[in-house]
Write a protein that binds this ligand. Structure first.
Ligand code: KIV
Length: 277
């Protein structure tokens, strides 16, 4: 038992790589992923044993206050990735390639992906799209940069969809997502995010691939789960999709702390003698 515990501790503390994620799928160990945009959050997530930290372009919504992820730029995402990577020792750090940083040409996509690995110390990049983006994925993977795919509700295409409702609800769209997932695996991605698709479709996709699927609003059959951290902490409360489980109510706690501090300053009870020099 002691030896087993030792082995488990070593596995738990080992650096997460794309290879380890494949091994986790093979042995049926769920992969826990969350997003981060800053050093502090990233170091807390990492210390908590989160396997994959995604520097998501959801930063556009929950950090920058935009309505969509679309305005995020390469420079902004590079900065978020740099500060997150500095806070992470064990987890795999994956950076989102922002909208229009990989769609114009394969060369531009490769150059931008390279910047995330070289300048921001990301260990992989994520991009959205199915079969049509596979030549770009091959180009990036061939250069030695691991790529994560993203299917289902792909927020960078929100203006094309016109709605945030679940994808893959019709048989045609479900077959398209299944075919896209197989094409992505064939192109060399190491994992695929499945966002807001029916649980049964996510199960079919997961069972048809040897690489892990990471679900967000895609049911329990995925090989791993991801949530947007400020959503699950109750910090971002503008809207709450039904797949978000709230693990804390930090927004309310912060508001209470700020109000208490304000009251203390107004009442001149802060700082006290002990807090002064
Ligand atoms: O940008 C992001 O945070 C994401 C997750 C929703 C998977 O892509």
């Amino acid at each position: 038992m002691e030896l087993r515990k030792g082995i488990m501790a070593t596995q738990e503390s080992r650096k997460v790589t794309t290879q380890r994620l494949l091994e986790m799928k093979a042995r049926g160990e769920p992969i826990a992923c969350l997003t981060a945009y800053d050093y502090l959050t990233a170091s807390i997530l990492d210390a908590a044993g989160i396997d994959l930290v995604l520097v998501g372009d959801s930063a556009g919504n929950v950090f920058a206050g935009y309505d969509t992820t679309i305005p995020m730029t390469v420079e902004q995402m590079l900065y978020h990735t740099q500060v997150v990577a500095r806070g992470v020792k064990r987890a795999l750090v994956v950076a989102d390639l922002p909208f229009m940083s990989y769609q114009v040409s394969e060369e531009e996509a490769l150059r931008n992906a390279g910047r995330f690995v070289k300048e921001a110390l990301a260990e992989a990049v994520k991009l959205e799209g199915g079969e049509y983006i596979c030549p770009t994925i091959r180009r990036i993977v061939n250069a030695g940069i691991p790529v994560m795919g993203h299917l289902g509700l792909t927020p960078q295409s929100i203006h094309k969809f016109g709605t945030y409702k679940a994808r893959g609800a019709t048989p045609e769209e479900a077959e398209r997502i299944l075919a896209d997932a197989k094409a992505l695996e064939h192109a060399g991605v190491f994992a695929i995010v499945l966002e807001k698709i029916p649980a049964e479709l996510a199960r079919r996709v997961t069972e048809s691939l040897s690489i892990p699927t990471i679900g967000i609003g895609a049911g329990p059959a995925c090989d791993g789960q991801v949530l947007v951290t400020p959503d699950m902490l109750g910090l971002f409360t503008k809207f709450r999709p039904r797949f978000v489980r709230r693990y804390a109510d930090l927004g309310a706690q912060m508001a209470e702390a700020f109000a208490k501090y304000r009251a203390d300053v107004k009442a001149r009870t802060f700082p006290s003698e002990e807090e002064s020099y």
